[in-house]
Design a protein around this ligand. Structure first.
Ligand SMILES: [Zn+2]
Length: 335
């Protein structure tokens, strides 16, 4: 999708930029106030929306139970602990899912070909092993436990998280394992011995359970599960038609004055076609607003930093009106 974007009404100016197909990586650590040390995701690889479809590239009737173990493990961990929804789980021949899983038993084991959105539509983006004849043979005795815990680990990568042991500032007792693997660039939680993404965890893949810090990092990036969501702050957008297919969009927070006054900073994570996809607003007067000039729809995230409270993350769809009626077209959406 081609998308033109231009920021205005924000602290950081952006310039017009055509969409790029390749994943951009920003390796510098963002200067975000209140960012706590230190999960380990790759910032630009985070999924913009919270609905991620999954498909199987080579499902067979014989492995249906094992595929169900995977679905169940992911539903009970990453999905149950956040606003993320993994959908479909159908054959790739039926739907081109965001995440493609290929099952094979080879020495290379189980892995992903990148982090987060880097996997999008990627053939064999995630490889899982169901048989353990050629890799991790001890798992033959505990296939369900292994298949589930390995899947939880790999889906951590699929959500954008890198290995804990790759963090140079983290020293784990009795463990010096560092391998050349995907690295994150955004330190949002402390070094976590118990992470499901830590090779130095004395429990293999933390027994397929998310650590408390895994959950906290997940929720700060993808939002709380529905039953814990804070409904008193919402993202709102207004749309004004400018010319041809170009719309001006304003995005801001809607809440009580009292609640807004508790907010220190809002960090917007935009579509990758923005030259600077991370925009920070500290402007209480305009409700931490952001102005964009766009054509095309996308989903953004807003990470809201409070004064003295834990940050939260909200998702919001930028969806321009279907019909261009008049120049004064102004619609307000409240999602
Ligand atoms: Zn891994």
């Amino acid at each position: 999708m081609k998308l033109v974007v231009l920021c205005f009404w924000a602290l950081f100016p952006c310039t017009m930029l055509w969409a790029q197909d390749q994943v951009q990586r920003e390796l510098e650590t963002p200067s975000v106030p209140n960012t706590i040390l230190n999960a380990f995701p790759l910032k630009n690889a985070l999924w913009r929306g919270n609905t991620i479809s999954v498909c199987w590239e080579n499902p067979s009737p014989e492995d249906s139970l094992k595929r169900e173990w995977v679905r169940q493990a992911i539903t009970e961990t990453w999905q149950a602990s956040s606003a993320v929804r993994f959908t479909d789980w159908c054959p790739a021949s039926e739907k081109n899912g965001d995440i493609h899983i290929f099952v094979e038993d080879k020495g290379a084991g189980a892995y992903t070909r990148g982090l987060g959105r880097e996997l999008r539509f990627r053939k064999k983006g995630m490889v899982l092993n169901f048989d353990f004849e050629k890799w991790n043979t001890s798992c033959k005795r505990y296939p369900e436990e292994c298949i589930k815990s390995i899947a939880v680990h790999e889906f951590g990568h699929a959500l954008g998280f890198a290995h804990q042991q790759e963090r140079s500032e983290c020293i784990f007792p009795d463990c010096s394992r560092r391998e050349k693997s995907w690295k994150g660039d955004w330190f949002i939680s402390p070094c976590d011995t118990n992470s499901v993404l830590n090779y130095c965890n004395p429990r293999y893949n933390n027994d397929g359970k998310l650590s408390e810090i895994d959950k906290e990092a997940l929720q700060s990036l993808y939002g709380l599960p529905e039953n814990l969501q804070q409904s008193h702050i919402q993202l709102v957008s207004t749309y004004q038609h400018r010319r041809k297919e170009i719309y001006e969009v304003k995005v801001y927070l809607q809440s009580s004055e009292e609640q807004l006054a508790k907010i220190d900073t809002v960090e917007y994570l935009l579509h990758n076609s923005f030259q600077n996809p991370m925009v920070i607003s500290t402007n209480l007067e305009n409700h931490f607003g952001l102005g964009l000039r766009v054509w095309g729809n996308f989903e953004l995230k807003a990470r809201i930093y409070f004064k003295g409270e834990k940050p939260i993350t909200l998702s919001h769809k930028i969806q321009i009106p279907d019909l261009i009626e008049k120049d004064d077209l102004l619609r307000e959406r409240n999602q």
